[in-house]
Design a protein around this ligand. Structure first.
Ligand code: ARG
Length: 283
């Protein structure tokens, strides 16, 4: 063992944040009036004022960390539009618009395409279903892509073609973890955390070989959508109820910042779902 091995054993890694560019859609029209995932219960009403306050606290958290937050106009009749991550995937100058699985959300694609156009992108489309950054997570210069519930595996090849980045397919098995961002968190260009039971054996094997040092999260944290986080490489904004995961993050040298998004959880989403990241070109 060299001195530097010993040092790295006792000194936590210094995690370095980078400034990020996010886009968010206010929960102005957010309700739970249909149920397309097991978290949604149409008999459990949303408190609109509380939802708005929680969303604003998330936005302010990003601003305090120095990040840029663009705000997308919410549209009446599209209650799930608050989950901006699903609107598409923006990597470098490539902006792929979502194609939604359920008719209830289909109209959001036009709204997100219009926003991307206004933001100066030329929107690109897939033939197969893709639910944007719900299932397509950029890690360094590759994309981890979920399938099983929402995004079609056939869209993964289309995403690789459109972005020019390698795409790793991961198959989800538990309906509570219907989007990849509910079961796996990207913490920096080489570090992830995930909930192993949400994946098939083959996909778990893929994750262990790609990320041998990944953080594994327990059921208590996974079941409050604790993995639905946004990280700048140092600060990890996460649901405040995920206290076990917060402690793990601290042990790994990250700085967890808990936010309470209890109203947004009623629709089956949390921090990451509400946040579309506009990635700089990772190539
Ligand atoms: N109600 C929405 C749906 O079922 C929630 C989407 C959450 N977004 C996410 N990125 N996981 O589609």
């Amino acid at each position: 063992m060299t001195i530097s091995d010993i040092a790295s054993d006792i000194t936590p890694v210094e995690r370095v944040p980078t400034l990020r560019h996010y886009a968010m859609t206010a929960p102005t029209h957010f309700t739970v009036e249909y149920a397309i995932n097991p978290w949604m219960d149409t008999s459990n009403p949303v408190d609109p004022a509380l939802a708005a306050a929680q969303w604003e606290e998330l936005r302010q958290t990003y601003l305090r960390l120095g990040h840029t937050v663009d705000v997308i106009s919410p549209e009446p009749g599209l209650p799930d539009m608050v989950y901006a991550a699903n609107g598409g995937l923006v990597v470098g100058d490539t902006a792929v618009v979502a194609r939604f699985r359920f008719a209830e959300r289909a109209g959001e694609a036009d709204a997100y395409a219009a926003w991307l156009t206004a933001a100066g992108f030329r929107p690109r489309f897939t033939e197969h279903i893709n639910e944007g950054q719900g299932d397509l997570l950029v890690v360094g210069s590759k994309i981890l892509a979920g399938t099983g519930f929402r995004t079609d595996v056939a869209a993964h090849a289309e995403i690789a073609e459109l972005t020019g980045l390698p795409v790793v397919t991961l198959e989800l098995t538990d309906p509570r973890f219907y989007h990849l961002d509910t079961a796996l968190a990207v913490l920096d260009d080489t570090t992830i955390a995930y909930y192993p039971p949400a994946f098939t054996d083959a996909s778990r094997a893929t994750l262990t070989s790609l990320f041998p040092a990944a953080i594994e999260v327990n059921s208590a944290d996974a079941y409050v959508l604790g993995l639905n986080v946004v990280s700048d490489g140092r600060h990890v904004v996460l649901p405040s109820a995920a206290t076990g995961f917060a402690a793990e993050l601290r042990a790994f040298g990250f700085e967890p910042i808990g936010v309470d998004l209890s109203e947004l959880l009623k629709g089956g989403g949390s921090v990451k779902c509400c946040t579309l990241e506009i990635y700089r070109d990772p190539r």
